[in-house]
Design a binder for this molecule. Sequence first.
Ligand SMILES: [Zn+2]
Length: 208
Amino acid sequence: MPPRPVTPPRPPSPSPGGGSNAPQPKLEHLLDAMAFAKLVREARLDDKYSGLHPDDIDAIRNPPEERLDIVDPTLRLSLDIFLALENTLEESYAAVRAAIQRYDPACEMFSYKQVLSRVKLLTGVVPIYHDMCINSCMAYTGIHAELSLCKHCGEPRWKPSAARDEDDPDPATNGLRVPRRQFATLLIAPQWQAMWHCHAISFTMKTY
Ligand SMILES: [Zn+2]
């Protein structure tokens, strides 16, 4: 794998208030808005708020150049089963794959992660999930990423702990931090890449 390109540092952002002598707001919601504006100005693909997997960052910075052949029988079989098992667990796909390979050991069906990677390449749909208030008041992003209660209605961010494993020190895996509600962001960069990756669509984009 080629080394990941290093993003040069950005010059320092201008003060959101227009300079050190400019009057600064005192109201909390204005301070929050200024803090979010600063985060947006300084946003990076690999900052701690992006939620992007390192593989997806690599894919954005290094667009695939090989042509994906959807008529390839192995890819087609894998895609058909992946789509038929919509919204199911990885284990279900693996069980179907194992059954097919038991019937025909020569069948080199894609693994779940492999077919998911192909689906991302073909569609450009790369969702990023963030937690949100159960009542849609706010999102737990940016300066609110560490909050556990909604600032507006007070509803808790996490579901009550169902099964606490005292031996597991990681709250993200022991059932203590299961979000009550999430929203998905679909990135535009992978979608543009997928469109340019398709010969027919890229021809149309160049034409118009
Ligand atoms: Zn709320």
